[in-house]
Design a protein around this ligand. Structure first.
Ligand SMILES: Nc1ncnc2c1ncn2[C@@H]1O[C@H](COP(=O)(O)OP(=O)(O)OP(=O)(O)O)[C@@H](O)[C@H]1O
Ligand SMILES: [Mg+2]
Length: 266
């Protein structure tokens, strides 16, 4: 099982857009995929048309009273399930703080998911919190969307230092997003970082209003704009992630049958 997480201290940088598109592409590639929307705002749940509600809330999940498996809902897309957001996740830090090994609780909750899923994608809320620390511990690969500014490159450096201090640091996979190739500053920031880091994705996600349309269509980009340039970019990005994680391509897990859509809001 490969655990990927989109993470950045900064808000509004394309974490959720990446999480939803990459999870969709992983599933389309034949991997049983589970996306956990950890953000109480519930953007990923909204985009995948799943009601943002978990019975018993975040507390039931963290305390193990409700398994992630039971909380997972089917989506409209084959092979893609979602553990929805819940408004109680706003207090997840407090609940985690009460747990044993509070920084590793989410990793422990994910362990049994290896029986059913090839790929787990965690969509993390912005900021530095116990939730994000858990996510950094749980992730094998930390996908870090960067907008091409000097400041976001600096926050990447802080994150790299933090991750390097962990027992089992995740592989960092920074990628630029919301890029306007006509802007010289964007080109310069990208070239500068490329010269300094060899883990930077070759793929760059362009700034295109089509990405905002995800919330109108409530679907991943490849599902409603298969031929768009930005869809191709996410496909290339998924190709890079796949190569780095060397996940196996076959549908090796028994597909779940989550056809009951009672919880799906349309
Ligand atoms: N490549 C892009 N081009 C244009 N708009 C984009 C792009 N990527 C994301 N957006 C838009 O920017 C906004 C923020 O994106 P998104 O929700 O993915 O960011 P986020 O980092 O998850 O935000 P938050 O920190 O609030 O969770 C959304 O309206 C989204 O549609
Ligand atoms: Mg988000």
């Amino acid at each position: 099982m490969n655990t990927l997480a989109t993470y950045n201290i900064k808000g509004g940088v394309g974490k959720t857009a990446a999480a939803v598109n990459l999870a969709y592409l992983a599933a389309r590639d034949g991997r049983q995929t589970l996306l956990w929307d950890l953000d109480p705002q519930g953007a990923a749940s909204y985009l995948l048309r799943v009601r943002p509600r978990v019975k018993g809330g975040g507390k039931a999940l963290v305390r193990g009273r409700r398994s992630l498996d039971r909380a997972a809902k089917g989506t409209e897309f084959d092979g893609l399930d979602l553990v929805p957001a819940d408004f109680t996740y706003r207090n997840l830090d407090l609940v985690l703080d009460d747990a044993k090994k509070p920084t590793r609780r989410i990793a422990r909750l994910l362990d049994p998911m290896a029986d059913h899923y090839d790929v787990i994608v965690l969509d993390c809320p912005p900021g530095i919190s116990l939730v994000s620390e858990n996510v950094v511990h749980a992730a094998g690969v930390l996908l870090v969307p960067l907008i091409p500014t000097t400041l976001s490159v600096r926050t990447l450096e802080q994150l790299s230092e933090f991750a390097a201090g962990l027992d089992r640091p995740p592989a960092l996979f920074p990628f630029f997003t919301m890029v306007d190739g006509r802007k010289r500053l964007h080109r310069e920031v990208i070239e500068d970082l490329r010269a300094r880091r060899d883990d930077l994705a070759a793929t760059v996600i362009p700034a295109l209003s089509l990405v905002e349309q995800m919330s109108v269509h409530r679907a991943p980009l490849p599902a409603f704009a298969p031929r768009s340039r930005v869809t191709r970019s996410y496909e290339d990005l998924w190709g890079e992630v796949r190569d780095r994680t060397a996940a196996k391509p076959q549908r090796s897990k028994a597909p779940r049958s989550r056809t009951g859509r009672t919880s799906t809001a349309r």
